[in-house]
Design a protein around this ligand. Structure first.
Ligand SMILES: *Cc1c(COP(=O)(O)O)cnc(C)c1O
Length: 414
């Protein structure tokens, strides 16, 4: 199947008009950065606005999405998972998986990394930096840097380097430098802070490929638009499969890029329910979780105003999740906006439930999902019994679980 890309104008029409000129989604977002970064953010925004409608840029991007990444990713009807949730009267949710796990490098992260590296090339920047948690964004960035012969430095917390050793090795194999970050808890928040610090120092030569819909404007907009291909393909594939829209979209939320990538195309479709799932870790009533939208309060982190896990003094609370990709105390500002405007719903799922869901999908469908994705899969346990009729759910299968097998075996004492 080939998908004819939507012309840029209809892409714009199909989406919300936010952020505003200041990079704000309502009160969220913005650019809370040191003065030295302001020109770089402005330059990045200008290049983005110039090239997103540029035929040469679009052609290069689309060709690589097809031949290098493997797009379009399939929309797969999960027959046995659907049967698992069928009701005695034969009704029940019809569950489809958007197979971002089949992308080159195993997750949705490559969509954004590829599009950004093509921008960096046009900006004349030959040194690339990135932050990574689970290592998936680091791997995606190392991959596209290898493809274009660019220097690549990936900042990664020491704790994440340990739990995602396979991805550290993959990055190094492709010629990237993995820079360990031992500050704080040695996780994604600390790696992101280090990447921003590097960018402040080397901004003339360096492009920062930020990996989610977080950070200062224009990143939340830019990463969203680069991931929106997920929802655009989904609309086409739903049309092709049943001639209509999906009823419910379900995705896990760390920073929120795979969820925004799926949601964006449908935000204006009032009939489509949007559901994001955060990491409840050991439980939202313990101190060990990463449920930012459920338990956080608005605050500023990494250049943007958004919901944030913080104590009464405004100090960031260290998050916890079994999945390194969801282990982040912030969340993209557009999700905060969608929550407050009640356009999207957000719930959370514990480590335990996520691991159970990982096993369930593995055994019912022969697909081992990433631990991040498993949070969204786990929410089907709550959601499906609440639904009447046979609504069609599209669940974003954001990544594959190869990187997580060691973590899971440790968790299960196997
Ligand atoms: C990084 C990652 C996530 C979380 O990041 P978002 O920006 O929220 O999408 C989810 N799933 C997988 C497989 C990831 O690698």
């Amino acid at each position: 199947m080939t998908i004819t890309p939507l012309p840029p104008s209809s892409q714009a029409d199909a989406t919300t008009q936010l952020p505003d000129a200041l990079g704000r989604f309502g009160k969220f977002g913005g650019k809370y950065v040191p003065e030295t970064l302001m020109p770089a953010l402005t330059e990045l925004e200008q290049f983005f606005l110039q090239y997103r409608n540029d035929p040469d840029y679009q052609q290069e991007l689309q060709q690589l999405q097809r031949d290098y990444v493997g797009r379009p990713s399939p929309l797969y009807f999960a027959e046995r998972l659907t049967a698992h949730y069928a009701k005695p009267d034969g009704t029940g949710a019809q569950i489809y998986l958007k197979r971002e796990d089949l992308n080159h490098t195993g997750a949705h992260k490559i969509n954004n990394a590829l599009a950004q590296v093509l921008l960096a090339k046009r900006m004349g920047k030959r040194r690339i930096i990135a932050e990574t948690g689970a290592g998936q964004h680091g791997v995606a960035t190392a991959t596209v840097c290898a493809r274009f012969g660019l220097e690549c430095i990936v900042y990664m917390g020491v704790q994440d380097m340990e739990r995602q050793a396979l991805n550290v090795f993959r990055m190094r194999l492709m010629g990237a430098t993995v820079q360990p970050v031992s500050a704080g808890t040695g996780t994604l928040k600390d790696a992101t802070s280090e990447a921003i610090r590097d960018w402040v120092t080397n901004v003339e030569t360096t492009h920062y490929i930020l990996g989610s819909v977080a950070g200062p404007h224009p990143y939340p907009m830019l990463v969203r638009d680069f991931q929106a291909v997920i929802g655009q393909e989904t609309r086409f594939q739903c049309q092709e499969k049943w001639g209509g829209l999906p009823d419910i979209l379900l995705a896990c939320v760390g920073g929120g890029s795979n969820a925004m990538g799926l949601f964006h195309e449908f935000v204006k479709e009032d009939s489509v329910r949007l559901i994001g799932i955060e990491a409840a870790g050991e439980g939202v009533d313990t101190e060990k979780h990463a449920a930012t939208l459920t338990k956080g309060r608005p605050g500023v982190l990494h250049g943007a105003m958004s919901y944030l896990l913080q104590d009464s003094d405004g100090q960031v609370i260290e998050p916890h999740s079994i999945s390194a990709g969801l282990d982040y105390p912030g969340v993209g500002p557009e999700h905060s906006y969608l929550k407050d405007s009640e356009r999207a719903e957000y719930y959370s799922v514990t480590d335990q439930k996520a691991v159970e869901a990982l096993r369930r999908l593995s055994q019912l469908e022969g697909i081992i999902p990433a631990l991040e994705t498993s949070h969204a899969i786990a929410y089907l346990e709550t959601l499906c019994p609440q639904l009447s009729g046979s609504p069609r759910i599209v669940l974003n299968c954001s990544g594959r679980g190869d990187k997580d097998v060691q973590t899971v075996s440790k968790f299960l004492n196997l």
